[in-house]
Design a protein around this ligand. Structure first.
Ligand SMILES: Cc1ncc(COP(=O)(O)O)c(C=O)c1O
Length: 470
């Protein structure tokens, strides 16, 4: 039986017109984002009123659907690529990678096996090898692309547990500045909450090897079984890099796995200054890194790199009967053997195309710009009577607090963030360092200027003064 016609067919002219309109809208976004609001949301009730409808049985004009998608759906999202988006970790995208993602969706390769996608797999391995070389890890290190830093941390910790033969009673050590995805990964892997030992940091927000060593010794004395340390290669709060080199020495001595969460910070490895800040990174057993943060890629693009890539395969490879005929020569890598996903998109293509197009020197310049801007922001905050720097510029993040006496600084900061969100001129986020509530700016967008920083700080000052009733 055959259908009388392809149910999803558009004729070539229709496809072209739809595609060109989509590309035009993306270009409008790229060229116009600076003049857009940074923030934009609708209420759940409004969303229900706009989008809630019975499943449509009948067709609609694709151009109308596209316009609704751009004007009503995508318009209601924070602009993570806006030059004045400084909150969390921005995602300042690039156009070549957008086109790469469109190509991947269009050609739709199955990135799980060499047999199905030798070209995309080869590119993924090439890009990972570039990263390996930049980090300075030996040959034999490698990994794969995953959806984000959370998934990269999960894959790395699963590998650590497997490689060390640890069970769910094993202990993992990290600092109180570590991203929540580590706790989530351990929970997902079946570890009870008390298996994560959180080491308090001092005013430098770094994991202190001596305190860590004492905690490990203490646990061993009590019969505990330490198996891994998670270091930060750029914390989300302050951009702090833990002393990776010293931690690597400690972990080698204690026979512990050292994982570096570099979801945000590892991107700095492309620049000389960043490389110095990440000293010791080459010695870790595994790391995670999000090119969708500081390597300017569209969401989703993250990698996990393991010093001995074969450990990934040992951890994850399962060959069901129905996939036996995908096995080729030994050199044919099946990336589904190295992680959680079987069906996986060709996420490395966008990074490869953008590095080929712009050259790594441009990435380096973009990263150096972000590092310099954070220092500029620190100086500007320092010069303002309204703010006090709490954590100086570190890997493009600076944290600060309201300088004037305020009944409740945490509440004031939260109100400032809410007001900035409401106004949509610039966006930043708050956090707590020890007991100190702070605001923070992350300056990794290469399109951000010093004037953007100045205007944002002026705006912050007037907002905070107004809210504090000064
Ligand atoms: C240091 C760090 N680790 C992990 C993550 C989680 O990464 P993702 O949001 O890509 O899952 C983040 C996200 O901001 C991060 O900053």
């Amino acid at each position: 039986m055959t259908l009388p016609r392809d149910p999803f067919e558009l004729d070539p002219e229709q496809m072209r017109r739809l595609g060109y309109e989509a590309v035009d809208r993306i270009i409008d976004h790229f060229t116009g984002v600076r003049d857009e609001r940074v923030t934009n949301k609708i209420t759940p009730a409004d969303a229900r009123a706009r989008f809630g409808e019975p499943i449509p049985e009948t067709p609609s004009d694709p151009h109308t659907v596209l316009r609704t998608a751009v004007d009503d759906v995508l318009s209601h999202a924070m602009r993570l690529d806006h030059p004045r988006f400084f909150a969390y970790i921005p995602s300042p995208n690039n156009f070549v990678s957008v086109i790469a993602d469109a190509l991947v969706a269009g050609f739709n390769p199955f990135g799980g096996t060499w047999q199905a996608a030798s070209g995309p797999t080869a590119i993924e391995l090439v890009v990972l090898d570039w990263l390996r070389e930049l980090i300075g890890m030996p040959e034999g290190a490698g990994g794969l692309f995953v959806s984000g830093g959370s998934m990269a941390n999960l894959v790395a910790l699963a590998t650590a547990r497997h490689a060390l033969g640890a069970d769910a009673s094993g202990l993992v050590y990290t600092s109180d500045q570590t991203h929540s995805s580590i706790e989530r990964a351990l929970t997902t892997l079946g570890f009870a909450a008390d298996r994560l030992r959180t080491i308090p940091t001092g005013n430098d927000w770094r994991l202190d090897p001596k305190t860590l060593e004492a905690a490990i010794a203490n646990d061993r004395r009590d019969g505990g079984r330490p198996f891994a340390v998670v270091a930060n290669a750029g914390t989300t709060n302050t951009g702090t890099v833990d002393p990776l080199d010293e931690l690597a020495t400690l972990c080698a001595r204690e026979r512990l796995w050292l994982h570096a969460d570099g979801a945000y910070g590892v991107g700095a490895i492309a620049s000389d200054e960043g490389r110095r800040a990440l000293d010791g990174l080459a010695r870790v057993d595994s790391l995670s890194f999000d090119p969708h943060k500081w390597w300017f890629q569209p969401i989703e693009a993250a990698c996990v790199v393991v010093r001995d890539a074969s450990l990934l395969r040992d951890t994850f490879s399962i060959l069901p009967a129905y996939l036996r005929d995908t096995r080729g020569a030994d050199a044919e890598v099946n990336l589904c053997d190295y992680g959680v996903q079987l069906t996986r998109a060709a996420r490395a293509l966008k990074l490869w195309m953008s590095i080929k197009t712009f050259g790594m020197a441009e990435f380096r310049r973009a990263i150096d710009h972000g590092l310099a801007l954070a220092r500029y922001a620190e100086r500007a905050i320092d010069a303002s009577p309204d703010w006090t720097v709490v954590s100086p510029a570190s890997l493009a993040i600076v944290a600060f607090r309201y300088a004037h006496d305020s009944r409740d600084a945490a509440a004031l900061h939260a109100d400032v963030v809410r007001e900035m969100y409401r106004e949509g001129f610039a966006m930043l986020s708050g956090t707590t360092l020890g007991d100190t509530p702070v605001l923070r700016l992350c300056t990794i967008n290469p399109r951000t200027t010093e004037a953007d920083i100045d205007r944002t700080i002026e705006h912050l000052s007037s907002t905070a003064r107004r809210l504090a009733g000064r």
